[in-house]
Design a binder for this molecule. Sequence first.
Ligand code: C5P
Length: 312
Amino acid sequence: MTTEAAPTVVHTRAPGKINVFLAVGDLQDDGYHELATAYQAVSLYEDVRARRADTFSVTVTGGPAVDVTGVPTDGSNLAIRAARLLAATTGYRGGVDLRIDKNVPVAGGMGGGSADAAATLLACDTLWGTGVGRDDLLHLAAELGADVPFAFAGGTAIGTGRGDELSPALAKGTFQWVLALADFGLSTPTVYRELDEHRKRHSGDISPVRRPVVDAGVLQALRAGDAGMLAESMHNDLQAPALHLEPGLAEVLELGEGNGALAGLVSGSGPTVAFLAPDLDGALELQLALTSARLSVVRATGPVHGARVVSD
Ligand code: C5P
């Protein structure tokens, strides 16, 4: 008979995301906006390695295109908060040493911090043997941030409520994305605030905000795996406020759309701009054109799996 030894280190991985559709409703009493969004997990991953320790600590490194200098390593780091939340919920008395290797742009609107939190919940649950299970981990994920449940679930999903109430969406095929990374970040609350202020200023001349819903064309395009159809229905209500705060992003959008992208959109609250390419060749050509224009560019495909344990 063999007994399984408790692991000394657990390696997990969770993906970044693109909101291929994001409609923002009214600001609610809890400080969050009601959303209707279509998430697609893409092949930029956050890797978390968790080791047993008496206290909670994190070190952060970044892949070639990722500047990690702004990422906090104190108790405000979302991965540390995730580990502490799991420990508090399960009564686990020890700590964890976390090593995070980031490939999702920092403060870029692609859910990198959320992916860290999702990967950490899974890593600690496995390392500590707390056996919380997927459904309860998803609930903990929602306590950490609106996008964390999706980073855990991955694939393609519709998010409502704050974006944390997920229902899976049917999806076929693989979409090719080219991502233009900015050398600055945008704060998510600031972008939402800008949207609210714009709506307030123009309350007389724009129609009142309706209950947000995901466009049927988006669901149809995802179901068919049809990039052309998706390009026609992609939309993000946070794009206008992000462009208002960072007008230079308009030029980036134009450049991509003039070099073969089917469509471009600001990802989440930005500033990363996501271009949908018709196929792999189109994506490679677009990558070359944007790189020649001195933009920092990475390619990704989607949808991909959610948080999972990696066997080294
Ligand atoms: O949940 P998360 O920490 O990612 O959200 C960051 C901020 O983004 C919130 O504090 C809120 O200001 C804004 N937000 C929002 N409505 C949502 C999601 C986020 O207003 N549905």
